[in-house]
Ligand binder design. Structure first.
Ligand SMILES: Nc1nc2c(c(=O)[nH]1)N=C([C@H](O)[C@H](O)COP(=O)(O)OP(=O)(O)OP(=O)(O)O)CN2
Ligand SMILES: [Zn+2]
Length: 136
């Protein structure tokens, strides 16, 4: 029997969608207002989901306090109130789309969570636009 525990978090960040190998005109055509050179911001809502067996002695799949601290240290401290393109190393050469941000978050957390637990990320860029990534 497997159960999923979920922890919500959030961060505010600025970004710009842009492909450096394209002209400004092509970037404007493909990314529209999201290619604004002066950046724009989102209130990102993050759900980190950890699935596994319930430990018979603790009753936990994973201690939520540990998960909370992990998200604070690995994600919120690094992304919150940052310009993702300019201040977060992973996006120096990677477009900070919701898809790519979710993969970066998954990669940052995967090595810090026990191998026997499954990890999935849900990231809301707006209240109506969200992506999921499970490591596949
Ligand atoms: N597949 C993706 N498409 C888009 C992404 C993305 O990350 N992946 N991102 C954007 C822009 O970041 C854009 O800023 C999205 O916000 P916005 O234009 O405000 O989105 P909506 O108008 O749809 O706002 P709602 O509040 O969700 O109605 C664009 N595309
Ligand atoms: Zn955006």
């Amino acid at each position: 029997m497997k159960v999923t525990v979920n922890r919500k978090a959030h961060f505010n960040a600025a970004h710009r969608l842009y492909n450096a190998e394209w002209t400004d005109a092509r970037n404007a055509t493909v990314f529209g207002k999201c290619a604004n050179p002066n950046y724009h911001g989102h209130n990102y809502e993050l759900i980190v989901s950890v699935k596994g067996e319930i430990h018979p002695e603790t009753g936990f799949v994973m201690d939520m306090k540990v998960l909370k601290k992990l998200i604070e240290k690995e994600i919120e401290e690094k992304f919150d109130h940052k310009n993702l393109n300019e201040e977060v190393e992973e996006f120096k050469d990677l477009n900070p789309t919701a898809e790519n941000i979710s993969v970066v978050i998954w990669n940052k957390l995967r090595s810090k969570i026990a191998d026997n637990l499954e990890l999935s990320i849900t990231l809301y860029e707006t209240p109506r636009n969200f992506v999921t990534y499970t490591g596949e």
